[in-house]
Ligand binder design. Structure first.
Ligand code: NA7
Length: 552
């Protein structure tokens, strides 16, 4: 085990951060600025996290770029200009690289270095981190910046290894361009990744077969290039915008209209939905009324509106019928698209319903469903991720008494955290945008900055107050987990099988893993905890301060 290694070969730092995506990079910046020795380990060979791995055709951000960037540096805000309303993956990746260079972050990042395990050593109150290259590091703090959607899910189809063509998962896309021209391509999955890539692949491939299990609601993104005057106006008002982002529900400065869908006449609703559809974007329809996520009858009004749009756009009525979703709108991740439903009007695109005739196996030549066989040259898995806990469980993280995080959160128990940042029994470990924080139900950039700032303030406080160990109390954790569930319970989210609920992974514990109270209220709760001297945590004096006291 790590503790038996020769201490001379063990690197010692104040903090280890896992992941060089948006959260890991900012965490590194903050800790380094505060004078802590910090080391980031990253599996990939460059920075970017989500935006490094998800390079599939059509990949872009669903949050408007002007809100999806760091806000901590005024200089950076002035220097960077987003070309379009919704930036594409290459532009976001360039931005992350720009940030890494500007703040000279790479010197403290080790690439192609995967953290295999992290174990809390109670004798010395430090974490021992072991990497796949045999390296061992000892750190006071262990911080995970592993993202919520980084453990890709390739369903265990029989026969995949026998497939003679090429296959790719959208979340692990190759760096070289995949050439679809003249190819018969099959894509499995119609979540955000599938819906972004289907129109792009259809333009290149000879034939595209879409294997759809659950039809999805999607509304037009209506992406446009950014006008220089608009950018100037945003720059001039960014302080105000930032304030509004931080106090909003989702980290996007918009609030739901304060009216029930059931208080309007059908014609009033239609006009409102129509305007929202024309506006496009992630929240325009969800925010049209304040009870769409709560009352089934209210939800049905918007669901039926989108179905009517699908019927109108898709020319073949049989295909349109297969594309009509029936779950509660918004209870799976809302999707925005560019020409998704229109793509089914192309001659080279075929929709295959694998709900009624499930995929049975991958064959050397393609794929077999319950009633047909399809010959394919390329299979694209747009089949999503083992969300929230998946990236954490890829590492063997062990806290007090050698108990692993996986064991702690095993069985029907699901996740238990305090504020989604920490978990009892795992001292000095912080999870950036962990389960039970607003994370994926918010603009990740706002949530990341809030978590990173809270964690770095906490570590500074520990140093200033001569504390060496911080650990969430079980009672505080139980209360937080209960609160998270109570907030989610009255909503329609918990009535849908989704990856928010852990329902997309076989054998995974079901439960709503995200804090739904909103980023503004959540920030207030976290700030209050800090102001009260980290209420709900136990803080122990550092060894150095204990020794100093003994000497005096
Ligand atoms: P999602 O949203 O989890 O979508 C995965 C899709 O793959 C979804 O349509 C699934 O159908 C489908 N799927 C998964 N397993 C199978 C099997 N075995 N057979 C057929 N179809 C299957 O992942 P995305 O990558 O699109 O998006 C993830 C997030 O990334 C997104 O929300 C953004 O936040 C960014 P199902 O609906 O489960 O029936």
């Amino acid at each position: 085990m790590a503790q038996t290694q020769n201490p001379d070969t063990v690197k010692t730092v104040d903090a280890v951060i896992v992941g060089a995506g948006f959260s890991g990079l900012y965490m590194l910046y903050r800790l380094r600025e505060a004078g802590f020795s910090t080391c980031v380990f990253e599996t990939g060979d460059n920075v970017g996290g989500t935006w490094y791995w998800n390079r599939y055709p059509g990949a872009r951000c669903d949050v408007e770029s002007i809100y999806y960037n760091y806000t901590f540096s005024e200089e950076l805000l002035k220097e960077w200009t987003w070309s379009a309303k919704y930036a594409e993956q290459p532009e976001i990746l360039s931005y992350i690289n720009y940030v890494a260079d500007k703040f000279d972050l790479r010197k403290d990042i080790q690439f192609k270095a995967r953290v295999d395990s992290a174990q809390f050593n109670e004798e010395v109150n430090r974490w021992t981190i072991q990497l796949n290259n045999g390296q061992i590091v000892s750190a006071r703090y262990f911080i995970t910046g592993v993202g919520c959607l980084s453990a890709s899910n390739v369903p265990k189809f029989k026969g995949l290894e026998s497939f003679q063509g090429e296959w790719y998962h959208t979340g692990r896309w190759p760096h070289e361009k995949v050439d679809f021209s003249g190819k018969r391509v099959g894509i499995i999955g119609t979540g955000s990744s599938g819906i972004q890539s289907i129109p792009a692949i259809a333009k290149e491939a000879e034939q595209l077969l879409v294997f759809q299990r659950t039809p999805q609601y999607s509304i037009p993104a209506r992406n446009v290039l950014n006008d220089p005057d608009y950018i100037q106006q945003i720059r001039e008002n960014y302080e105000e915008i930032k304030k509004n982002m931080r106090k909003s529900l989702t980290g996007i400065p918009m609030e739901p209209r304060n009216r029930s869908a059931l208080d309007d006449t059908p014609e009033e609703r239609r006009q409102l939905f129509e305007a929202a559809w024309e506006q496009g974007g992630l929240l325009s329809l969800s925010y049209a009324y304040n009870d769409l996520a709560i009352k089934p009858e209210a939800n049905e009004t918007v669901a039926e509106f989108i179905r009517s749009k699908i019927r109108r756009i898709v020319k073949n009525p049989e295909v349109a019928e297969k594309l009509l979703p029936s779950y509660f709108y918004g209870t799976k991740r809302p999707i925005i698209d560019t020409d998704y439903f229109e793509t089914y009007n192309r001659d080279n695109v075929t929709l295959v319903d694998v709900k009624s005739t499930p995929i049975q196996e991958i064959t050397p030549a393609g794929l077999r469903t319950a009633d047909a066989e399809y010959e394919l040259d390329i299979i694209v898995f747009a089949t999503g991720f083992d969300a929230m806990t998946g990236p954490l469980f890829k590492m063997d993280i062990r806290g007090r008494n050698g108990v692993s995080l996986k064991e702690k959160w095993a069985g029907g128990e699901q996740t238990r955290t305090y504020l989604g940042i920490s978990t009892a029994g795992f001292p000095n470990m912080f999870m950036l945008t962990g389960p039970e924080s607003p994370s994926v139900l918010s603009n990740m950039m706002v949530s990341i900055e809030q978590h990173v700032e809270w964690v770095s303030d906490c570590i500074n406080y520990m140093r200033d107050h001569h504390k060496g160990v911080i650990e969430a109390n079980v009672e505080a954790e139980n209360a937080w987990t209960k609160h998270c569930r109570e907030v989610a319970e009255p909503t329609l989210y918990v009535k849908t099988d989704s990856w928010y609920m852990g329902a997309n992974i076989e054998g995974k514990a079901r439960g709503f893993q995200i804090y739904l109270g909103g980023v503004g209220p959540y920030r207030q709760i976290c700030d209050d905890v800090a102001e009260k001297g980290y209420e709900g945590f136990t803080l122990q004096a550092s060894e150095e301060s204990v020794v100093n006291e003994l000497i005096q």
